[in-house]
Design a protein. Structure first.
Length: 256
């Protein structure tokens, strides 16, 4: 048995709860639903399954989930905003179980969404998985960023610079920062036992963002659409483990 087995087991439990929360929310993402309702049932599901929602009260955040619509890059605050046909939505869930954190997000399509939005969502998911698939001891953080950046820029999209993935374990955000752009063979070397998130934020326009007056909501400066996916992962002796995989095998929309 390796020296991180117990940590990984606890990360599995927290990650599984976060992923199951997104699975549960899937059928509720439809025209007429409010993001507040999604937040409410997400909070209740995490609570009823032995966890606590990490964003709630984190640095003054007053909701349990982040719900980022259309040109919102991240940290969208649930509200009475009703979901409309053609909206795209990112739901970001972090569950705490036994003092360990599982952090994950997925994109959702509300009704029929434009081809350009679908292409952005598909490219964002693919970029995350390309980065995850190279994970193993010995590669460097810059290799992760390179995989994401090179793929999405070839598709005509851009990588947000202002936010990044992060170490996660018994602390929500910790070292190292995991940039979603970069050069091969740069940055720290991955070793077995490391746990962190990969969560690329990809814009259909330029990568510049701004923070709204609420101090949380990040939006694209040019009002272009933005998409994000996120998994919490661990580095094993010869590869990786995804702690936040869907029990229903949901990956990207359409979820069926």
């Amino acid at each position: 048995m390796n020296n991180y087995s117990e940590k990984f087991e606890k990360m599995r439990i927290a990650g599984n709860l976060a992923a199951r929360t997104l699975d549960m929310l899937t059928d509720h993402v439809k025209p007429g639903t409010t993001t507040d309702f999604i937040d409410k049932i997400g909070y209740e599901f995490i609570r009823d399954n032995g966890g606590f929602s990490a964003p709630l009260f984190y640095r003054g955040f007053k909701k349990s989930l982040c719900t980022s619509l259309n040109h919102v890059v991240c940290h969208g605050i649930p509200s009475d905003r009703i979901l409309n046909e053609t909206d795209i939505l990112n739901i970001d869930v972090t569950a705490i179980v036994d003092n360990h954190y599982g952090d994950t997000s997925r994109m959702f399509c509300v009704g029929n969404t434009p081809i350009k939005a679908n292409n952005l969502i598909n490219a964002t998911y693919e970029s995350m998985m390309r980065a995850i698939n190279i994970l193993k001891p010995g590669i460097k953080l810059g290799d992760i960023g390179y995989e994401i950046q090179s793929y999405v820029e070839e598709k005509g999209f851009s990588v947000v610079r202002d936010f990044c993935g992060h170490g996660i374990n018994t602390v929500f955000h910790e070292y190292p920062n995991v940039l979603h752009y970069g050069k091969k063979n740069t940055g720290i070397e991955l070793v077995s036992g490391m746990t962190f998130t990969i969560e690329p934020m990809i814009n259909s326009g330029k990568y510049d963002v701004k923070i709204l007056a609420d101090g949380w909501t990040a939006v694209t400066k040019d009002k272009s659409l933005s998409a994000q996916f996120e998994h919490t992962v661990g580095i094993t002796e010869n590869g990786y483990e995804i702690f936040t995989k869907s029990a229903k095998d949901y990956s990207k929309p359409p979820y069926k």
